[in-house]
Design a protein around this ligand. Structure first.
Ligand code: AMP
Length: 411
C-alpha cells in the first residue's frame, strides 16, 4: 500500500519524482553534484534520484501465539504478575526466544521497540532470580536514559511483591546519588555505558559480579559511539555466562563484533533487520540560480507541519551561522557541533526534545547522540558527501513506527 503525501507547501520540491525513481538507475551515468564551494574535495557522490522516494506503509500481520503464559514452565509468581499486566500470550519475540533463554543460550534478537523484547529478556532473568535468589547478577546496557527508565518500569511491574530490587545508572543525573545506590545490593542493574563505566572506575561497581548481560538496542549504542565503552564493560565481566543481544537492524559491519560478544548463539528475527527507510518520504528542494536559499528554508520551516526539524550543515561554523540566522528570523533554534561542551549539547538536545526550540541545526558527527523519537523533518541544507551519511541522517526521522520526511537542498 502506498501512502500519498501531498506537498502543498512548496513549489521548489521537484515534480519529477516518478520519472526519476522509475526504471533502472544502475545504468545511468554517475552524475556528481558540484556545490558552489570552490574546493575540489567537496563534491558529493550522491545522485539526486537517490534522494527521492515515497514512503510505503507496510501492513502488519498480527502475530498470535498458540500458547499462553499460563502454559509456560515459569514460576506461578511471575505468571501472576504477567497476568496483572494484561500479558496473556507471548509476543513473537518472546514466543520464539523463551526456551533458548531459559536454557541459557546466547541470543541475537533482531527486534524493534514495540515487539515486547523487554519482557523477552526480563522473563528468563526474573525466573532465574526467583529460582536461585542470587543478587546482582544481571546487567542490562542500553543507549539512552528513556530506555533505561522503560526497562526499569517493566522490571518493577513484572516483579511486584517478589522482593527483587533494581538499580539504574544513567548519564545526566547526580553521580553522588548513584554512588549511594551502588552501596545497596540489587538484583539487576540497568545502565547506560558511560555512567556505568564512571561508577566502575570509582570502584562503586564490580563488573565481575554480573554473569548475565543484556545489550539492548545494540545498533543504536554503536550509532551513538558507545562501542569502546561497551567493549570495556564486556572485557571486565569476567564471569559472564549468558549474553542476550537485541538490535533493530543488523548490518555486516556489526557482525564480527557480535560474533566476538556472543558464544554459540541462536538468532531470532522478528523483523528483517534491514535499514530500509521505507517509512521516510524523501524528496529534493531545488534552489534555482539566484534564489535565496535561506528564504526557502525559512518558508518551509514556518509551515505548521514542520514541528520538530533537524537541519544538517557541513561545518561547525556553518551550523552556528545558520542557527543564528534562524533565530534572528524568529524561528526558535539551537545547535550542536563539536565546539560545544557536552553540557551545552545536552541542553540543546533537551530544548529540542521538549519542543522549546523547533529546529536543531547539527553537523553529522554531533548528531550521533540525537535520540528523539518525534522528529518530523530532516533537512539537508547541503547535499551530504556520501550516501552512507545521507542514510544515517535521514534515519533520525520516522522513528518508532512514525512516517518521517527528509528533504535535501540541491542547486
Ligand atoms: P517493548 O518492545 O519491550 O518496548 O514492548 C512494547 C509494549 O508491548 C510494551 O508496552 C509492553 O508492555 C507490551 N508487551 C510486551 N509483551 C507483551 C505481551 N506478551 N502481551 C501484551 N503486551 C505486551
Amino acid at each position: 500500500m502506498r501512502r500519498k503525501i501531498i506537498y502543498k507547501y512548496m513549489n521548489n520540491i521537484t515534480k519529477e519524482k516518478r520519472q526519476r525513481t522509475s526504471g533502472n538507475t544502475a545504468n545511468r551515468p554517475k552524475q556528481a553534484f558540484n556545490r558552489r564551494s570552490p574546493r575540489k574535495k567537496m563534491v558529493s557522490s550522491i545522485r539526486p534520484d537517490q534522494l527521492i522516494k515515497e514512503a510505503t506503509v507496510i501492513e502488519v500481520v498480527e502475530y498470535k501465539s498458540e500458547r499462553t503464559f499460563d502454559s509456560l514452565p515459569i514460576s506461578e509468581e511471575l505468571k501472576k504478575c504477567l497476568k496483572a499486566k494484561g500479558y496473556v500470550r507471548p509476543s513473537e519475540i518472546q514466543d520464539k526466544s523463551i526456551e533458548s533463554l531459559m536454557d541459557k543460550r546466547d541470543i541475537l534478537g533482531i527486534a524493534e521497540t514495540g515487539t515486547g523484547k523487554t519482557a523477552a529478556f526480563l522473563i528468563p532473568i526474573i525466573e532465574d532470580m526467583l529460582v536461585h535468589r542470587r543478587k546482582s547478577t544481571a546487567l542490562v546496557l542500553l543507549p539512552t536514559r528513556e530506555l533505561a527508565m522503560q526497562v526499569e518500569d517493566e522490571f518493577k511491574s513484572m516483579t511486584k511483591g517478589m522482593g527483587l530490587h533494581s538499580a539504574s545508572y544513567i548519564g545526566g543525573t547526580n553521580i553522588n546519588t548513584d554512588l549511594k545506590i551502588a552501596r545497596r545490593d540489587s538484583h539487576i542493574v540497568i545502565a547506560t555505558p558511560g555512567r556505568l563505566l564512571d561508577l566502575v572506575q570509582r570502584g562503586a561497581i564490580q563488573l565481575a559480579r554480573f554473569n548475565t548481560l543484556v545489550l539492548d538496542e545494540f545498533d543504536r549504542m554503536l550509532d551513538m559511539g558507545f562501542v569502546k565503552d561497551m567493549k570495556q564493560i564486556i572485557g571486565g565481566m569476567r564471569n559472564r555466562k549468558h549474553t542476550m543481544l537485541f538490535s533493530a537492524t543488523l548490518d555486516k559491519k556489526q557482525q564480527s563484533l557480535i560474533n566476538e560478544i556472543l558464544n554459540n548463539h541462536v538468532t531470532v528475527k522478528v523483523s528483517s533487520g534491514e535499514k530500509t527507510n521505507d517509512h521516510i518520504n524523501q524528496d529534493v528542494v531545488r534552489i534555482a540560480e539566484g534564489e535565496d536559499k535561506f528564504a526557502v528554508l525559512k518558508n518551509l520551516i514556518s509551515q505548521e507541519s514542520f514541528q520538530k526539524v533537524l537541519v544538517f550543515e557541513e561545518t561547525k561554523h556553518q551550523v552556528k551561522k545558520l542557527c543564528a540566522k534562524l533565530n534572528a528570523s524568529g524561528i526558535k533554534s539551537d545547535d550542536i557541533h563539536g565546539n560545544k561542551s557536552q553540557n551545552a549539547r545536552q541542553n540543546a538536545l533537551n530544548a529540542f526534545k521538549s519542543g522549546h526550540v523547533k529546529v536543531l541545526v547539527a553537523t553529522d558527527v554531533a548528531s550521533r547522540g540525537i535520540d528523539v523519537n518525534d522528529i518530523t523533518h530532516v533537512i539537508n541544507y547541503q547535499l551530504p558527501m556520501t550516501f552512507d551519511s545521507y542514510i544515517h541522517r535521514i534515519g533520525r526521522t520516522g522513528r518508532a513506527g512514525k512516517t518521517g520526511i527528509a528533504l535535501t537542498f540541491i542547486n
